[in-house]
Design a protein around this ligand. Sequence first.
Ligand SMILES: [Zn+2]
Length: 141
Amino acid sequence: MQLTKNFSVQELLPPDVYAARGDASAQLIDIRIVNVAQWLRDNLGKAITINNWNSGGQYKESGLRNFETSTGAKWSQHKYGRALDLKVNGMDSEAVRQYIRTNWATLKNIGLTCIEKDTPSWVHIDCRYTGLDYLLEVPYK
Ligand SMILES: [Zn+2]
């Protein structure tokens, strides 16, 4: 099932969650962060990979994560369906972060509140509550 023009529900979940809940898994994802990813897809004009297990790829924990996973932080925003790790085709992760900083006035209205600094080959975005009037940038790991 497509959630937005370019992103399906399968791209936002690990395979076991999709196997258990099917398209109802969409209820576990905060649509704001998917809309942020779609805005980046539209405005960068570049393909973005989140999970790709459904097409035989290696990524399965770049969206929602199980609470039992050993990947990432114990209270990661990924476990609440509020975070995505984006791989933007043909674009360096720092260049994507800079684009996000430059466009945060628009992105905050879609729901983006936080990114991780210095992630080498992906861009972490999330829509956690911060109460801040600036983009929160947290260290990764
Ligand atoms: Zn992440």
